[in-house]
Design a protein around this ligand. Structure first.
Ligand code: COA
Length: 294
């Protein structure tokens, strides 16, 4: 195989290739142009034909993210995926210092690449789909019932102490990382502010401060996707009432949009009771980390 940087005019070829993967549910269909323009996208060619794509994305000076590894389905199982991953790892070692991460579903054939190239698994989370717009009764009620005495409130990041509470929750629930779509960057105040400022955040308060918090946000570049992260709190505080209020909030703020998310496992029962489903094709999302030697 030969490897080269992707050009804008590769976008259509890549789109045609990835449309045949995961029954067309691939974020690259919507965003390959933007990713090529931002940089770090590579193409693999065999006999002059595009057979693969991958991306090495720089999140910060010392933070890297691997994404978008795809091989043409007609070519699977011939070692091309492993070769393309090894190419990406060489690019990373040539340029990188600091830390590299990536995430993949347990059903993907790329899982063995992680351990083989020195990555350590840092998170496992179930992948869920919450078809909010098909849950009829949720939309008509108020987000929080006026007579409820359960500490629920909708607020935002300006709330004193909330940013710190979410950061601490990232440390406890997400290995210190902030899950943003499939990207797990280090959780910092700047990043949380950048993504969550102005977004509604459902909180549950107790006598000694916050007991749970769940921000809702969508990536403005991919508005059909809506996420709940970083969701933090004790399992008692993130109960059915909390999750149903979150569903009503989501329907009010983002009508017509379903939620796709990965959740720390402890919250799954409350979400399942509110009509959320585990995705059978993508049961677990694994996130991996590799410390690069200087
Ligand atoms: C993941 C992907 C890039 C791998 O490409 P590939 O060319 O099939 O990869 P390889 O031939 O190198 O095989 C990779 C692994 O798949 C597994 N595999 C190979 N043939 C298989 C088959 N017929 N059935 C099931 N698994 C198989 C093997 O475990 C192999 O690992 P090994 O080298 O340790 O034996 C490709 O399958 C793909 O595009 N999948 C859809 C997108 C995706 O999952 N991307 C990864 C997201 S991070």
């Amino acid at each position: 195989m030969r490897f080269r940087s992707a050009r804008p005019d590769d976008a259509e070829t890549i789109r045609q290739m990835v449309a045949r993967i995961w029954e067309g549910h691939d974020y690259l269909l919507e965003s390959i142009e933007r990713r090529i323009a931002e940089g770090g996208v590579f193409i693999a060619e065999l006999d002059g034909r595009v057979v693969g794509v991958t991306r090495l994305r720089r999140l910060a000076d010392d933070e890297w993210w691997l994404e978008a590894l795809r091989i043409d389905p007609d070519q699977w199982g011939r070692g091309l995926g492993r070769e393309l991953h090894e190419f990406t790892m060489n690019e990373l070692r040539n340029r990188g210092r600091g830390v590299a991460r990536w995430a993949t579903a347990d059903t993907n054939r790329s899982v063995p690449f992680a351990a083989d190239s020195g990555f350590r698994k840092i998170l496992s989370m179930p992948f869920v789909h919450w078809p909010l717009n098909r849950l009829a009764p949720l939309g008509v009620r108020k987000v929080i019932s006026p007579d409820a005495d359960d500490g629920l409130e909708v607020t935002d990041l300006d709330e004193p102490g909330l940013l710190e509470y979410l950061l601490r929750g990232c440390l406890e629930n997400y290995a210190g990382l902030f899950p943003r779509e499939w990207v797990f960057p280090a959780a910092t105040p700047e990043r949380l502010r950048g993504l969550l400022a102005g977004r509604p955040i459902l909180v549950r308060r107790g006598p000694r401060g916050f007991r749970a918090a769940a921000p809702l946000y969508s990536d403005d570049a991919e508005p059909s996707e809506l996420y709940i992260a970083p969701l933090v709190g004790s399992t008692e505080a993130v109960d059915g009432t909390f999750v149903r209020a979150l569903g009503r909030l989501a329907r009010r703020e983002y009508p017509g949009v379903d939620i796709w998310s990965h959740l720390p496992i402890q919250y799954l029962p409350a979400f399942l009771s509110a009509g959320c489903r585990r995705e059978t094709g993508f049961n677990w999302i694994y996130a991996y980390e590799l410390r690069l030697s200087p």
